[in-house]
Design a protein around this ligand. Structure first.
Ligand code: G4P
Length: 536
């Protein structure tokens, strides 16, 4: 039990979230560098392709230079074992990102200080807020002429629905960027542009009235800093870690990832304040990480990490107890026993076989097709973890096998990729052989075609269907539900669990149907509990 406690206190599992191009890949790399997990300083500078070295596994990602799948990297820093989930920033893969967020205990939000709060930033924060996931914020690219920092804070508070608490404050910006003042520790962290080895110089000042400030940053920036800090202390209450842990406020850091500036301060504070593994919600009860018995859930399935083998890896988040190699567990959905001789941990680019994993850890399980996203694994108890729903797709297509001689490969590929969460597959009531695909973004359609061809030697084409809005439906009155489904037959699809979804192509038509059918409930996710507003 003592060991369990020690391991729990060590763990920190978080995801980096951002709008594309804010600097997520750069920051991930710098964090791994500080953690000693990689040794490729400056690699990001040399172009998009090199990024793949860190977190991208799939061929198609390399071609497109965008991060498609969530990958996991582990490293040690400041006495803590850090599990970092890299999530796709591209809007077309938002489902993958939302699921990744179910497996972490906190998030690091990156905002580009030139652009401010962007569309994806807003949506991702809404998902975190819904789950009360604590968020720390890093305002990046202070080496560029960006928005005024006060304006940035205002915008973040207004648009993200979170209180902001600056913990560092920039001195100058763009060409005049000199560094940051640490509001928590009262020290000056100076920026040495262009010096990769020594990007930072830290000076203990204690009091902003110290004339050393003028000497280091010049009279004008020194007086500006004093004014800013006086203003901030009047506007923002002091940072309170409890409020951050409750998901009500976000500590805000300023820096420049590409220049390696502000990263160490960020990591130091994160390792001090970010939450240990948190309780996770099951349909049946709340599971505490301190519980002695093991439990966990699959939040992601990734095929073909090694293109030479047709293997799949299921990503398991450990929620309680400890997961041990060669021990027999209970796969709740199938009721079958599950054991593995080669569970893996992810350490930057490497995978290594582990003997034991603790709450907060992400374990890779070799998957021969037995797992589905959302599956729970336990030491015997039949519990089902929540928070890993499917999200209502916005793009629908009929899918057609373009090479009828490859019928077997076509079905195998389609089923496996649907299980992996690349697309959602629906059928039409009364038309058993018609398959309809649903995706959140256009790019997923291209990924499906590419992977079908390259991994399964099968080709598919799409035909349009009039739908861009979808809701899962149910009702307390089965007769009314049946009647509704019959009356709207052409607008009903059935998901893999047999639940009906209602599709339409206009918000106006949806509103009319809703008002005419008060007995029918409409849900944005397959869990049928969430509020659509969080995702749209
Ligand atoms: P992403 O994963 O969130 O999409 O962002 P990524 O790290 O790829 O960064 C997006 C662009 O912003 C990259 O430039 C990167 O070099 C740049 N960048 C990241 N951090 C900073 C910073 O602190 N200051 C400045 N000025 N730029 C920064 P790119 O030209 O798109 O690509 P690359 O050729 O440099 O890789």
């Amino acid at each position: 039990m003592l060991e369990h406690d020690r391991q729990l206190r060590k763990r920190l599992t978080f995801a980096i979230i951002s709008h594309p191009d804010s600097g997520k890949t750069t920051i991930t790399e710098k964090l791994l560098l500080f953690g000693g997990a990689i040794h490729i300083a400056g690699a990001v500078k040399s172009g998009k392709k090199v990024k793949d070295a860190v977190s991208d596994f799939m061929e198609i990602e390399k071609e497109r230079g965008i991060s498609i799948s969530t990958s996991v990297m582990g490293f040690e820093y400041g006495g803590r074992k850090i599990n970092l989930l890299d999530t796709p920033g591209h809007a077309d893969f938002s489902e993958d990102t939302y699921r990744g967020l179910s497996a972490v205990d906190s998030a690091l939000l990156i905002i580009d200080s030139v652009k401010g709060v962007e569309d994806r930033t807003r949506r991702l924060c809404a998902v975190c807020r819904m789950r009360h996931t604590p968020i720390a914020t890093f305002m990046n690219k202070l080496d560029r002429e960006g928005k005024n920092p006060i304006e940035l804070l205002d915008e973040a508070e207004r648009e993200l629905g979170l209180g902001v608490r600056p913990v560092t404050w920039p001195i100058g910006q763009g060409r005049s960027f000199k560094g940051v003042w640490s509001l928590l520790e009262h020290k000056l962290v100076l920026f040495n542009p262009g010096e990769v080895e020594r990007p930072t110089e830290t000076i203990e000042i204690g009091d902003l009235a110290d004339p050393l400030l003028e000497e280091k940053v010049g009279a004008s920036l020194a007086s500006r800093l004093r004014e800013d800090v006086a203003l901030l202390s009047g506007v923002y209450p002091a940072f309170d870690a409890e409020e951050y842990l409750a998901g009500r406020v976000t500590p805000v850091f300023f820096g420049s990832a590409i220049n390696n500036f502000g990263m160490r301060e960020l990591l130091d504070v994160l390792t001090a304040i970010a939450p240990h593994p948190t309780p996770k919600v099951c349909e049946e009860r709340l599971v505490l990480p301190e519980e002695e018995k093991f439990s966990g859930f699959i939040f992601k399935i990734h095929a073909n990490m090694n293109p030479k083998h047709r293997d799949r890896v299921a990503f398991l988040r450990v929620c309680s107890g400890s997961f041990e190699r060669n021990k027999s567990y209970h796969h709740v959905r199938t009721g079958k026993p599950f054991r593995t001789a080669n569970p893996t941990a992810f350490m930057a680019q490497d995978k290594e076989i582990i003997d034991v994993a603790w709450p907060g850890d992400i374990v890779g399980l070799h998957d021969t097709g037995q797992f589905k996203i959302g599956d729970s694994i336990t030491e015997g108890e039949s519990i089902n973890f929540k928070g890993i729903p499917s999200f209502a797709p916005q793009i629908f297509r009929f899918i057609v096998n373009a090479d009828p001689e490859k019928e077997k490969q076509y079905h195998k590929g389609l089923n496996q990729l649907a299980e992996e969460g690349v697309v959602q597959i629906f059928s039409r009531p009364g038309h058993q052989n018609t398959r309809v695909l649903g995706v959140v973004g256009q790019l997923q359609l291209e990924v499906l075609q590419y992977r079908m061809e390259h991994e399964y030697n099968a080709r598919c084409t799409y035909r349009p269907i009039d739908a861009s809005i979808a809701y899962w439906i149910d009702s307390d009155d089965p007769a009314k539900l049946r009647k509704f489904v019959e009356a709207n037959e052409r607008k009903i699809l059935v998901d893999i669990r047999g639940t009906n979804i209602f599709i339409t192509d206009s918000a106006w038509a949806l509103e009319r149907v809703r008002s005419e059918n008060p007995a029918i409930r409409f849900y944005a996710t397959s869990e049928m509990t969430e509020d659509r507003a969080a995702y749209s």
